[in-house]
Design a binder for this molecule. Structure first.
Ligand SMILES: Nc1ncnc2c1ncn2[C@@H]1O[C@H](COP(=O)(O)OS(=O)(=O)O)[C@@H](OP(=O)(O)O)[C@H]1O
Length: 384
């Protein structure tokens, strides 16, 4: 049988062992390229791509806002960008709402505050469509200690901030409040790390536990973990915050004394009871002093809880709509979902009417502390 020159060379190529290997490698490379191509096509159908397109615009628009003096009060505007110090590669995100360790291994995580948060998270879970990409990427990355923590303040709007931030593809957050630096510290850093979602190179790990801000030991403990940790504080008018705090307790224990009677040590003399936590948490200047013993001011970021409601665009401008029924801004698309999402019914409660005289007395009480706080942070939050 005669072979054509072409057949001959093909035969020669097949018959040489080195070339055989080269051919095999080429085939494997082609298969790998094909798989990668299929995956990219698949990813493009995921809702999270919306976030991808936000990313480009966000860096432009948020950058501008930070420059134009968003400063402390508008800190949220550049928040995601500020947390992300270098350009990040696009990676898909997986849902944070499957965290059996957090939900079952710690009794503390079932306290009233977190139960509230889990109400919200249940809502988020329900809103989230099971994304096949989530399971595809669930094994990717590794768990890291948080580089940024929302440390307070209770009832400041911390849940809203975290849920808004985590829409960003490069921010991954644990859903529940770990309470590591106040109640679970003895469990050790590995326990804490285990609670975190997996992150890929360049993504930021976050958590929020509002009680850290008023926990004496928290600054030293966080500094011991990493002095570079970014600390975010959502602050709200301390009087409204106290009423919000009281409203939360009242919703669980309807028999507690009135706000008015709890406010005073002695109503006749008008002496405020500063040992009542609802009052004490709002003395922001005092708590901040404690943090400044361990962290420089540049490490702390203050977000106005009021602006978070009136102008959530300080986070990003295209992800919100104002829900008239809820009376609050809500996300057009929750993380990992294509459906709109508002925070749960435990966020945005109707406050009871408080005697205006008591409110005024509290305003007078907080004024000097607020002024000190404005001086310390270099920002007037406008509560007085
Ligand atoms: N978008 C949006 N939706 C709903 N609620 C919002 C939102 N933004 C800020 N807030 C305000 O957040 C307040 C609750 O604050 P926290 O999440 O920090 O509370 S907690 O400490 O975690 O319990 C909550 O306080 P109350 O209004 O007193 O319930 C809200 O006013």
């Amino acid at each position: 049988m005669e072979y054509s020159p072409v057949c001959n060379s093909v035969y020669a190529a097949w018959s040489s062992p080195v070339k055989k290997k080269l051919l095999l490698l080429s085939i494997m490379f082609l298969i790998w390229v094909y798989m990668l191509y299929s995956c990219v096509g698949y990813c493009s159908t995921m809702p999270s791509l919306v976030v991808d397109s936000y990313r480009g615009k966000e860096s432009a628009s948020l950058g501008k806002r930070t420059e134009s003096g968003g400063g402390v009060g508008g800190a949220g505007g550049g928040l995601a960008s500020r947390l992300l110090t270098k350009p990040q590669p696009w990676e898909d995100i997986e849902s944070d709402y499957e965290e059996p360790t957090v939900r079952t291994s710690s009794r503390d995580l079932l306290d009233t505050d977190r139960t509230e948060d889990w109400d919200d998270l249940a809502g988020m879970r329900a809103a989230a469509e099971p994304g096949a990409m989530s399971s595809f990427s669930s094994g990717a990355g590794s768990k890291k200690l948080p580089q940024a923590i929302i440390i307070g303040v209770k009832k400041g709007g911390t849940r809203a901030l975290l849920e808004f931030l985590r829409v960003h593809p490069d921010i991954r957050a644990v859903g529940a409040e770990p309470h590591f630096f106040d109640r679970n510290y003895e469990n050790g850093l590995e326990w804490y790390r285990e609670l975190m979602p997996k992150t890929l190179e360049g993504q930021i790990t976050m958590e929020k536990t509002p009680s850290y801000f008023v926990t004496r030991e928290a600054p030293a403990r966080i500094a011991a973990m990493s002095r570079g940790t970014k600390l975010i504080v959502v602050v709200r008018d301390p009087v409204t915050r106290a009423i919000s705090d009281y409203t939360q307790t009242l919703s669980k224990k309807p028999d507690i004394p009135s706000f008015e009677s709890l406010t005073f040590k002695n109503r006749t003399t008008g002496l405020i009871d500063t040992s009542w936590s609802a009052v004490q948490i709002g003395i922001y200047a005092k708590h901040l002093d404690n943090w400044l013993q361990y962290f420089p001011m540049e490490q702390l970021l203050f977000v106005s809880g009021e602006r978070l409601i009136s102008d959530p665009r300080i986070i990003t401008d295209k992800h919100f709509y104002f829900n008239q029924t809820k009376g609050f801004p809500c996300l057009k698309k929750a993380e990992g979902s294509s459906k709109p999402h508002c925070l749960g019914k435990t966020k945005g409660r109707t406050h009871p009417n408080i005697d205006p005289e008591v409110v005024q007395r509290l305003r007078d009480f907080y004024r000097p502390f607020n002024l000190k706080f404005y001086q310390m942070t270099g920002h007037d939050f406008g509560w007085d």
